[in-house]
Write a protein that binds this ligand. Structure first.
Ligand code: ADP
Length: 292
């Protein structure tokens, strides 16, 4: 899944991006976070961006485009990504289109979080208070004065992207004034509706799921039982594949396929698949024989 999250400061992009990351096992690319990290590490990019960011202005397009281009080449991008805070200007969006085209990456959607401006200051104030309570360092651009500058920038430079992506039929708008939970549900609903989410049953490999699977595997008694089930299922499938090969080509293929599935999985569900497909295959063969 490849997404862009669009919305003014305080719209909830970071919160929703994090939830999408957890649910779908994709990577969040926040240019704001990357720039803050560069400032903290005092890299050449950070030194260039520091004062611009604290004033609430946007750092030069070339700079963020370069960061994103490098990041998209990293191997962890293969599961998908969610861009948060980029693109922020029409030239950035055009550059992103070029980048994606060159890298043969297709964008699924641009999710716009629409919020009332009057709520934004409150939200940012709450965010600041929560960060202070957690003992975290508060962003230097999270003051009412700088926020109004960031909002003005959003209106003039970023809002035109709504039209840009709507023209390209990529825009999905969600009401960002609902509760966090509702917004998440709505985003997932519309992403499913456009087919950006895998169908039910096919689960993304998230780090949490990976860990759970590893724990389940470790808990199994030396895998003996699983191996036995796998051998048994494979045997049944092979047996079914034999007469099927004398029957139809399709049946033999199905038999082989399930045999291999059973061998590699050796689970109850593989066994069930074997029974089902084998049943079908042998029925076909029996029918054919009966005709003869
Ligand atoms: P917010 O969305 O709350 O304004 P971000 O964390 O996304 O905050 O960005 C913080 C600051 O980082 C911006 O005000 C800007 O100076 C800089 N920045 C982030 N992304 C971009 C971008 N795509 N283009 C230019 N500047 C950016």
């Amino acid at each position: 899944m490849r997404l862009i999250l669009l919305g003014p400061p305080g719209a909830g992009k970071g919160t929703q991006a994090q939830r999408l990351v957890n649910k779908h096992g994709i990577v969040q690319l926040s240019t704001g976070e990357m720039l803050r990290a560069a400032v903290a590490a005092q890299t050449p990019v950070g030194l260039q961006a520091k004062d611009i960011m604290s004033s609430g202005a946007l750092v030069p397009d070339e700079l963020v485009i370069g960061i994103i281009s490098d990041r998209l080449d990293q191997p962890d991008m293969k599961n998908g990504f969610i861009l948060d805070g980029f693109p922020r200007t029409v030239p950035q969006a055009a550059a992103l289109d070029e980048l994606l085209k060159r890298k043969h990456i297709r964008l699924d959607a641009v999710v716009e979080l629409r919020v009332n401006e009057s709520a934004l200051l409150d939200r940012v104030e709450t965010r600041v208070a929560e960060m202070r309570a957690r003992g975290e360092e508060v962003r230097i651009d999270d003051t009412p004065e700088v926020l109004s500058k960031r909002l003005a920038n959003y209106r003039t430079l970023t809002e035109p992207l709504i039209h840009y992506y709507s023209e390209r039929r990529k825009l999905l708008t969600v009401d960002g004034m609902m509760t966090i939970e509702h917004v998440t549900r709505e985003i997932n609903r519309i992403l499913s509706a456009i087919g950006a989410v895998e169908p039910k049953g096919v689960k993304a490999v998230t780090p949490a799921r990976k860990a759970a699977a590893a724990a389940r595997k470790a808990a199994r008694p030396a895998g003996k039982k699983a191996a036995k089930t796998a051998r048994k299922a494979a045997k049944t499938a092979r047996r079914a594949a034999k007469p099927a090969s004398r029957g139809t080509k399709k049946a033999s293929k199905a038999g082989r396929k399930t045999a291999s599935a059973a061998r590699s999985r050796g689970t109850g569900s593989a066994k069930k698949t074997v029974k089902k497909t084998v049943g079908k295959a042998s029925k076909k063969v029996t029918k054919k024989r009966a005709k003869r």
